[in-house]
Design a protein around this ligand. Structure first.
Ligand code: FRU
Length: 445
């Protein structure tokens, strides 16, 4: 059985979005978009992993795969809900208008039809893709009723009165939309309204809507919002909203803010952890495969971020690293060459104005109340990607840094999660220079 520690990585080949993230019957279940043949996107499946603590992951193979005419070309993103002890997995079913004759894993001219479907698992272990699968919403009719192609990623939850709500990401006249549905049982659905705004990009992907300490948050992944020619044009944001669960009426209460300022993270999902805290995991987009995995897995591309809590502080949503992660970093590594072996390393310290750190070639520096990062020395000379990123003004007021370093990814938590900057790196060196308060690593796992 394949295992991952801290970050869930592709078990080989390709992964993208987290799906069906849930704490169910005493275990965390994390599903994910998966193409099991090559380290690039193709016919989507749901891979599956489980964990007792959000940091030790056991891969469980493929849970959902194309099996019906309506999902024969892909099982796209969606969410999980526990109902009467069973695990329901809602997802978007994809059927290409025509397959590309040279690669049946892609649609010809990128034309396809999307509907919404459900698999009910009795136990979170078995997934009957033939008899327990059903379509719950047909392909949309078009226009204001919903785009027949770009309507996807059902987020399903139980409302306060026990009935069900669904929100889908969509597009209309080139503007991102939310489509709401209501259901008494989660099986039969009726349309309950629509909301569109340019803040939702050209198409909204992977909407997540939740009430946190009495205030609603819309988390989503609007397409085309950083379309400056650099990867990636689609970015994940959060917005404060008002939302009436009975009428499904939504209004924006503020401008969108990036979930992660490194701009590699995408399509995050949240759920409640064992203690009832909201926790977020996002897909970390990688520009190419890792080909020399020490555990012998096939070339792999795509991983999940560290789990992060989601909480309000001074009217801002903050994303501090989950305490189950920090609890692993028990071993002092100061004075050693902590980046020379390949264990994960945690760096803590404060930067004064003008000061910086060098983390194996990744440069970070404080300028006033901003944090600037530069990965040009550790990105394999690739072009077309952002090499610098910055946490915006105000987020580095104290500039207390908590940084988690592993071979392919550096995650910088600023001032207790007021901003997070996650950066994919390639070929990190051994140099570690800076004024650190603590350098720690983990016990062998
Ligand atoms: C986001 C996304 C989703 C879709 C899935 C397909 O990255 O495009 O909207 O369901 O990936 O893999």
């Amino acid at each position: 059985m394949l295992h991952d520690f801290l970050h869930l990585k592709a078990p080989g080949h390709w992964i993208n979005d987290p799906n069906g993230f849930i704490y169910y019957k005493g275990k965390y279940h994390l599903f994910y978009q998966h193409f099991p043949y090559l380290p690039r996107w193709g016919t989507m499946h749901w891979g599956h992993a489980v964990s007792d603590d959000l940091v030790h992951w056991e891969h469980r193979g493929i849970a959902l795969y194309p099996s019906k005419a309506y999902d024969r070309n892909g099982v796209f993103s969606g969410t999980a809900v526990e109902v009467d002890g069973a695990l329901r997995l809602y997802y978007t079913a994809v059927r290409y208008d025509e397959e590309n004759p040279d690669n049946v894993h892609r649609a010809l001219d990128n034309r396809f039809a999307a509907s919404q479907a459900l698999v009910i698992s009795p136990d979170g272990e078995t997934f009957d893709n033939l008899d327990a699968k059903r379509q719950v919403l047909p392909v949309m009719a078009g226009g204001a009723a919903g785009d027949p192609q770009n309507t996807r990623d059902p987020k399903v939850w139980r409302a306060a009165d026990g009935s069900f709500r669904m929100v889908l990401g969509s597009t209309w006249k080139g503007i991102g939309q939310l489509l709401f549905y209501r259901s008494p049982d989660g099986l039969t659905w009726t349309a309950a309204g629509r909301f569109g705004d340019e803040a939702l990009g050209t198409t909204l992907e992977c909407p997540d809507l939740f009430c946190l300490e009495g205030r609603w948050v819309l988390l989503g992944s609007p397409m085309g919002i950083t379309a400056d020619g650099l990867a990636y044009p689609d970015q994940s944001t959060w917005m404060p909203v008002t939302f009436d669960e009975t009428t499904c009426t939504l209004a924006l209460e503020g401008r969108p803010t990036f979930v992660d300022w490194g701009l590699d993270l995408y399509a995050p999902q949240t759920t409640l952890d064992a203690e009832g805290r909201r926790v977020l995991i996002g897909w970390i987009r990688m520009p190419g495969p890792v080909t020399d995995a020490p555990d012998g897995r096939a070339p792999w591309r795509g991983m999940m971020s560290l789990p992060r809590l989601v909480c309000w502080r001074d009217g801002q949503l903050c994303f501090p690293v989950h305490p189950n992660v920090t609890a692993c970093f028990t071993e002092p590594a100061q004075g050693l060459a902590p980046l020379a072996d390949h264990r994960p390393v945690r760096l803590q310290g404060k930067l004064r104005d003008g000061q910086g750190w060098n983390i194996g070639g990744l440069r970070i520096r404080r300028e006033g109340d901003r944090l600037l990062t530069d990965r040009s020395e550790v990105f394999g000379g690739l072009t077309g990607y952002r090499l610098t990123a910055e946490a915006p003004a105000g987020t580095a007021a104290a500039c207390a840094l908590d940084v988690f370093v592993e071979e392919n990814l550096v995650e910088i938590f600023l001032d207790g999660g007021r901003a997070v900057v996650s950066l994919v790196v390639r070929g990190l060196g051994d140099t570690l220079a800076g004024d650190f308060d603590a350098v720690t690593t983990v016990r062998d796992n």
